[in-house]
Design a protein around this ligand. Structure first.
Ligand SMILES: [Zn+2]
Length: 248
């Protein structure tokens, strides 16, 4: 897939990077990425991927903007309250980059529809706000053989991890979180600058992954402490008894 003169101009500052180059830019253009959740994490991921030139973005979110989202969901405005986040995120992408094809999906991901909604993508980025969705997304990604980049921020803690087949997200959190009524940031609180930090880290990891820059990050958990202001990285062991990836 070749780049037009207009694209070469637009992406000049990243194409000039020797590790990235025209090859990296073409890989971004050919990539199909699904983003689950246009919330705090999505507000950082969506503009970063659109600006960088990911060819196709699918934005999945069934929610509408509410006023108490606005401190962290920085792609939305006060006048957006009550409107679909997925549709508004499409407008954001279109304003940023005419070379990106974005598709909004105004649906909630469930174990029943996850596989259908996520198939056909090279990477899924999950920034959703509950464990039931995260586990449905993870199980579908394992079944589809699709890489999953999971990013979360709550209170002062952030985490980002890339999963490819095994270990999977379910190895990481276990089976206890399948219920719909788990904690999320509505109860626990979160700072807007934290979701932006963690979301930007996830976007960088995604762009590096797709462009082939840097080390393989699969199975590594990046943890951010928003009070100490430091990152650390640990390995995630595969669960020998994992009911999803253990038999894959
Ligand atoms: Zn697993």
């Amino acid at each position: 897939m070749n780049l037009s003169d207009a694209e070469l101009d637009r992406y000049a500052r990243q194409i000039v990077l020797p590790q990235f180059g025209g090859i990296g830019q073409r890989k971004l253009k050919e990539a199909r990425v699904a983003i689950v959740g246009a919330g705090g994490i999505g507000s950082a991921v969506i503009p970063a991927l659109a600006g960088a030139g990911i060819g196709q973005l699918t934005i999945i979110d069934d929610d509408v903007v509410s006023i108490d989202n606005l401190h962290r969901q920085l792609i939305f405005r006060e006048r957006d309250a009550g409107y679909s986040k997925a549709d508004l995120a499409l407008q954001v992408v279109n304003r940023i980059n005419r070379f990106v094809v974005a598709k909004p999906v105004q649906q909630r991901i469930t174990p029943e529809n996850a596989r259908e909604l996520l198939s056909g993508h090279d990477l899924v980025i999950d920034g959703s706000d509950n464990f039931a969705t995260r586990l449905a997304v993870s199980d579908a990604c394992v079944g589809l053989g699709c890489s999953l980049l999971s990013a979360a921020a709550v209170q002062f803690q952030g985490q980002v991890a890339l999963f490819r087949s095994r270990p999977c997200y379910r190895c990481f959190v276990g089976d206890a979180f399948d219920a719909e009524d788990c904690d999320n940031c509505a109860e626990l609180g979160v700072l807007g600058a934290l979701t932006a930090t963690v979301g930007s880290f996830a976007a960088l990891l995604a762009i590096n992954l797709i462009a082939g820059v840097g080390d393989d990050q699969a199975g590594r958990l990046h943890l951010f402490d928003g009070q100490k202001l430091s990152w650390r990285t640990i390995g995630i062991p595969a669960d020998p008894g994992c009911k999803v990836c253990g038999s894959a």
